[in-house]
Design a protein around this ligand. Structure first.
Ligand code: ARG
Ligand code: GLU
Length: 714
């Protein structure tokens, strides 16, 4: 089976990817449109993206810079994931009104809750500005001057290209510097919380089910965009009115079945689909295992404490979830890359590429690319590895070190800019550290430190280590630091930072915790980061040329899409099950039955609210059920990544059928290598969303705002 798949892939593969791809919405005419129609799409490319008329893109704003959202009513009602609105839901929660636990539903506009730091951004239009950005660049031979000229051009164009006063221009690069696109955007800053299910629905399955199919999570929340009297962006004001969208999604109750066309519209963050095989080998064999080992150790410690102590569980829940999210993803990614033989496939592809280079007479320009990749990836490996250790151990997972690093930055600011800047920064630092320490537990952090400092000192490249950690007794070092350093509590840190800059510096540099962080940071800066940046910019230049070669030497109809870069993209595919391993087949749809199968009363991951159990027992699904069952989630072959959370899943005619929120475990390597046989995105069925809003929460007035299509006749 596997060998057959490999052969088939090699025969038909024009580029790396067969199917998959994240496409620029303004460039869908041609190959994509044809392919989408062959998959069953009944719309045209201009129904999806149009400059002069309203189109689907007008209903899909970027949500707070990280997630995606969609407008689902003529009054600016906005749908996104529960995990995307989590921070806002948490911010409005108190002990008396615990919206994370119990859910929240505004029963009128007056009850909707403002969120001071939130925004959503619409794309007004997209234009290719490559020629303008590269003007005068080809005359320059020095790489650094070239990049400088490009940056200058971008800055000038961003300021001078036409737009309305309430709009913004943003220029982003595609294909690693081979194409530049202008985005004209409108950012709305008055966005209010309208509804959220309890976490036992919106986060059902929590970390255990994260990245996993079959899935049963109702991962959604509702917001509303408000605008000024002219429907333009405005800061929060009680005089603002619900935003009237250029387009909003009709919602289909028609349901889905295997092989139905699906389109997912959103803002994928980052992919690396065109890495050379040597880079993928490094990720699989060196970098991912190191990062996984560090997080594994940190998570094990936290888990032991969280299981024994409820207060610690609450303190560490969000931190744990965020560390576990990518830990789990990297494990799946590494396995998937191995199982699909991604490296072997890339190597075969590279051989073919070299032949094409030879045939096209471009030997001089492209002939040595791959051997340079080999050379530079080998050279950079210890630097990247050290950098990853520094990021994971110091900046990410040991809080005492992370805090110490912030104080190190304070010292740097003092040295560079003097007393006044120091004072401003000190106040900011103290303010944000207050909330860090609220969820800090000295005992937990101490145990994590002991484990992670040992990994750092024994596993990261030894030639870059500071003396302070070399060959130490880590238990003793840990005890010394956690008994003597003032970084283990907020009041002690406040003490440390009190006084004029000079005396603060003196106190800091006498603190055992601080001096350790300082030694680690300076070792990193002096021995690792500079050389890393140098080599990395060489690799980036190679990657740019490699991308250019791939674009030039591939056939006209090759499926070469630009890597994700947090700009708006379209991906499409079908509703489809998959075979994760021999003799196992996963159906593409889950039902409420599965929620009940997973139900563990009182459990923090798998509890189910009483009301939902009652609705299930009575089979009271209203118009949202199907043949006596309530669909919950489904999967498809859409190529998504982080940032696509909250993206609309759209049917052949442009109706909303689901809400994207995750990928399946076996397919998380799709950020590096997309294999259509096992890469699947996970969506909540829109009928489950409406069922929860209407039947569970009794917020049917929200459903009345929406435009429902394909309801079944009674
Ligand atoms: N894996 C999904 C996404 O990256 C969901 C993450 C949030 N859920 C969680 N259980 N941590 O990012
Ligand atoms: N959960 C991810 C997000 O927050 C989407 C899943 C993925 O990485 O595909 O964007």
């Amino acid at each position: 089976m596997r060998i057959l798949r490999l052969l088939v892939l090699l025969l038909v593969l024009p580029a790396y990817a067969q199917q998959g791809g994240m496409w620029i919405p303004s460039l869908l005419k041609g190959m994509n449109e044809k392919e989408m129609k062959s998959l069953g799409m009944k719309m045209s490319a201009s129904d999806i993206y149009d400059v002069n008329n309203s189109s689907l893109k007008d209903a899909v704003p970027h949500f707070n810079g990280g997630c995606t959202s969609e407008v689902i009513s003529p009054k600016g009602l906005l749908l996104t994931n529960h995990h995307c609105g989590y921070g806002e839901i948490q911010a409005h929660s108190t002990v008396e009104h615990d919206y994370l636990t119990d859910g929240f539903w505004a029963m009128s506009l007056e009850e909707e809750l403002p969120n001071p730091d939130m925004e959503v951004t619409f794309i007004v239009r997209i234009e290719d500005v490559t020629a303008k950005v590269l003007e005068g660049v080809s005359l320059i031979s020095n790489e650094q001057d070239k990049q400088k000229k490009i940056q200058d051009n971008i800055a000038r164009l961003t300021n001078s290209l036409p737009k309305e006063s309430y709009q913004e221009n943003k220029i982003r690069t595609f294909y690693e510097g081979n194409q530049y696109m202008l985005f004209v955007t409108e950012t709305y800053k008055d966005v209010r919380l309208v509804g959220a299910p309890p976490s036992s629905i919106g986060k059902f399955g929590s970390d255990t089910d994260n990245w996993v199919w079959p899935r049963h999570t109702g991962d959604f929340s509702l917001f509303r965009i408000y605008a000024d009297k002219n429907n333009r962006p405005a800061e929060y004001s009680k005089d603002n009115v619900p935003y009237t969208p250029k387009h909003y999604f009709p919602i289909s109750l028609g349901g889905i079945k295997e092989n139905d066309f699906t389109l997912v519209f959103g803002y994928p963050g980052r992919t690396q689909e065109y890495l050379p095989s040597v880079a993928v080998e490094q990720i699989v064999n060196v970098l991912n295992p190191a990062k996984i080992e560090v997080r594994d150790a940190a998570l094990k410690v936290a888990d032991q404490f969280m299981r024994k102590d409820n207060a610690i569980k609450i303190q560490y829940a969000a931190k744990y979830a965020s560390i576990a999210n990518y830990w789990k993803k990297w494990i799946g990614e590494t396995q998937g890359l191995k199982q699909t033989n991604a490296i072997g496939i890339k190597k075969a592809w590279e051989k073919d590429f070299m032949q094409k280079v030879a045939k096209s007479g471009k030997q001089a320009e492209y002939g040595s690319l791959l051997s340079y990749f080999d050379k530079y990836y080998k050279e950079i490996e210890p630097y990247t590895l050290s950098r990853d250790y520094f990021i994971e151990v110091v900046l990410r997972n040991t809080e005492l070190l992370t805090i110490g690093y912030r104080l190190y930055q304070l010292e740097q600011i003092y040295n560079a800019r003097g007393e006044q800047s120091f004072n401003d920064r000190r106040n900011n630092t103290l303010q944000s550290l207050e909330s860090v320490y609220k969820d800090f537990n000295k005992q937990v952090d101490e145990k994590i430190f002991e484990q992670l400092i040992a990994l750092y000192a024994t596993k990261s490249p030894q030639q870059f280590l500071p003396e302070e950690v070399k060959g130490k007794d880590f238990k003793a070092l840990t005890q010394e630091i956690y008994s003597q350093s003032k970084l283990t509590g907020y009041d002690a840190v406040k003490d440390l930072l009190t006084g004029d800059a000079k005396s603060v510096m003196e106190k800091l540099n006498n603190d055992k915790g601080y001096t350790l962080v300082k030694a680690m940071t300076e070792a990193y800066i002096n021995k690792v980061s500079e050389r890393y940046e140098e080599l990395n910019s060489k690799i980036a230049a190679l990657q740019r040329t490699y991308m250019k070669a791939i674009l030039e030497l591939s056939p006209e109809d090759a499926r070469i899409f630009p890597d994700a870069n947090s700009t708006m993209r379209v991906t499409y595919g079908k509703v489809k099950g998959y075979e994760p391993r021999d003799a196992v087949y996963y159906e593409p749809v889950t039902y409420l039955e599965g929620v009940m199968e997973k139900y563990v009363p009182g459990d923090y991951e798998f509890d189910v609210p009483q009301k939902l159990i009652e609705l299930y027992n009575k089979k009271d699904f209203g118009p949202y059920g199907e043949k006596g069952k309530m669909p919950v989630c489904f999967i498809g072959t859409n190529h998504t990544t982080g940032g696509n959370s909250g993206s609309p899943a759209i049917d052949a005619k442009g109706n909303l059928i689901g809400l994207n929120f995750d990928r399946v475990w076996e397919g998380t390597m799709s950020d590096i290598y997309y294999d259509p046989s096992i890469c699947r995105n996970i969506m909540v069925d829109i009928r489950y969303v409406l069922f929860i809003i209407d039947k569970y929460a009794g917020a049917g007035h929200l459903v009345k705002e929406m435009k429902i299509v394909n309801a079944k006749k009674k």
